[in-house]
Design a protein around this ligand. Structure first.
Ligand SMILES: Nc1ncnc2c1ncn2[C@@H]1O[C@H](COP(=O)(O)OP(=O)(O)O)[C@@H](O)[C@H]1O
Ligand SMILES: C[C@@](O)(CCOP(=O)(O)OP(=O)(O)O)CC(=O)O
Length: 464
């Protein structure tokens, strides 16, 4: 067997530009853009003294305080796969306080899948590092005091105190983690990130473990964009995962392998259906307030169940609007005569506004603040700025963020930033009030998962 080589993989963040709530149902689609903030996972061998065999995997997220998790692992009988147990980390923090369910579940699923492919081989110990781009968190990061400043910043807080900007950290983490662990342990004849089949298996495995860690609530559009980048997404049937035995119980390993490799997985990814028109870009703004997605989802789905006729009408109109939006984006991206028209984006503007009207109808009818009045005002305000085509509340909506289609010129972005500095929320509003609105340093990213050069992590020391 060849010695294991250090491996690194990264995945992009996401923004669901159209299809929030609808995408939870397989009859509808979600239009998701990848974003150029990435989470990286690096896996390296641990050197042990000759003759000493340990089965330990140490995971660190060195940009955060106390972010270290040590796992022991062993194969179970009765085809139950590999069980992972968190070991004491040797300082005052208790194991339960330091649990990271996303890492623990991704490790259990990835090692179990590896074991099904290499049943007679011992899985060697390794050391794993996770490094995230600044845009995932609004905490101000500081440079490492290395003479060569790193691309990655130190956030100087624990993960518990990190303020997420809603770019899908757990999905990018689970997907890059799963891909890096598979790449590290498996020879390319067994699994290869560079093939369509390798991507399909990675997608299915990451969906299964992320869904398990998250409590099976999401549509999985965030994992799809972590693997494939920007795409038009149709979710998998939720029933696929209900049939999977629990990790560590008899039959889990073969059932997992059959599920991720077999033909039953029914996600549809249409990559060619999503493009960014030449001359445009996405801009994300954080509204420094925040909404709880699961509660909003519950309420919208209850409204739909109680009012099927009204809901189906709005959803079908929204689906048509979303498809038209995707079509117009690809049309603009593929046509050459944008420059000659007086305003090449008239149709795009109209489509965005029609979708927003339908979203507000759904908001009113379901009494869920998907595009609440303060966000309407903010979006309307931004849409009047020269060079801004329009925008929407992404994903579940609420008071989290807005996403804008903007002409890709420095002066437009600068003017937007200046305008937002002096933007005032109406004092007369009742209820929740959005806070400061800031531009997040990201733009669209068409590419999904990719391998990275180890030199990127200099200053974040191997196995430190
Ligand atoms: N850099 C990181 N290192 C380790 N774990 C992380 C990191 N970023 C996020 N996570 C994990 O993902 C969780 C956040 O996931 P979630 O609440 O679903 O937010 P998001 O919407 O960003 O995915 C954190 O509690 C932590 O367990
Ligand atoms: C409602 C949804 O369709 C979209 C939610 O998108 P967000 O981007 O708002 O999600 P989180 O970052 O996980 O809060 C639920 C789903 O599809 O999972």
């Amino acid at each position: 067997m060849e010695p294991l080589k250090p491996t690194s993989v990264s995945c992009p963040a996401k923004v669901l530009v159209a299809g929030g709530y609808l995408v939870l149902d397989r009859n509808y689609t979600g239009l998701v853009f990848g974003l150029d903030a990435r989470i990286h996972t690096v896996v390296e061998p641990i050197s042990t003294k000759a003759g000493v065999t340990i089965s330990e995997i140490v995971v660190k997220s060195p940009q955060f305080q106390e972010a270290i998790w040590e796992y022991g692992y062993r194969s179970q009988g009765q085809d139950a796969g590999i069980s992972v147990t968190q070991l004491s980390v040797g300082h005052e923090q208790s194991i339960s306080a330091s649990k990271n369910p996303f890492i623990e579940t991704a490790l259990t699923y990835a090692l179990t899948y590896i074991w099904t492919l290499l049943p007679n081989q011992r899985i060697a110990s390794s050391s794993i590092r996770i490094l995230a781009d600044q845009a995932y968190y609004s905490n101000p990061g500081t440079s490492t005091n290395d003479s060569k400043p790193s691309h990655f910043l130190n956030f100087n807080v624990s993960l518990r105190d990190a303020h997420k900007t809603g770019l899908g950290s757990s999905a990018a983490l689970v997907t890059s983690f799963t891909a890096a662990v598979l790449s590290f342990y498996l020879p390319t004849e067994k699994w290869d990130l560079k093939t369509q089949e390798g991507l399909r298996i990675l997608h299915n495995l990451a969906q299964a473990s992320h869904s398990h860690a998250q409590g099976k609530v999401g549509s999985g559009f965030d994992i799809a964009s972590a693997v494939y980048g920007s795409c038009l997404y149709t979710r998998f049937s939720p029933a696929l995962l209900n049939a999977l035995p629990a990790p560590g119980t008899p039959g889990f390993a073969t059932a997992l392998q059959t599920l991720v490799e077999g033909p039953s997985w029914d996600t549809q990814i249409q990559k060619a259906a999503i493009k960014m028109p030449r001359g445009l870009r996405l801009v994300m703004c954080d509204v420094d307030c925040g909404s709880e997605t699961p509660g909003m989802v519950k309420q919208v789905l209850k409204w739909r169940a109680d009012n099927p006729e009204e809901a189906d009408k709005i959803w079908d109109d929204l689906q048509k609007g979303n498809e038209a939006l995707a079509k117009e984006l690809t049309r603009l991206a593929c046509t050459n005569d944008n420059e000659s028209a007086a305003d090449p984006y008239t149709q795009l503007r109209t489509l965005i506004n029609t979708n927003r009207t339908l979203i507000r109808q759904m908001s009113l009818a379901s009494r869920v603040p998907i595009e609440p009045p303060q966000q309407t005002k903010l979006l309307d305000y931004c849409s009047t700025i020269d060079g801004i085509i329009g925008g929407v509340v992404p994903g579940a909506g609420g008071y989290d963020a807005i996403v804008l289609f903007v002409e890709d010129r420095d002066e437009v972005l600068e003017w937007l930033k200046q305008s937002l500095k002096s933007y005032k929320v109406d004092d007369a509003e009742e209820g929740l009030k959005i806070g400061k609105v800031g531009v997040i340093g990201v733009r669209e990213e068409m590419e999904g998962v990719r391998t990275e050069e180890l030199a990127l992590y200099e200053g974040w020391g191997a196995g430190q």
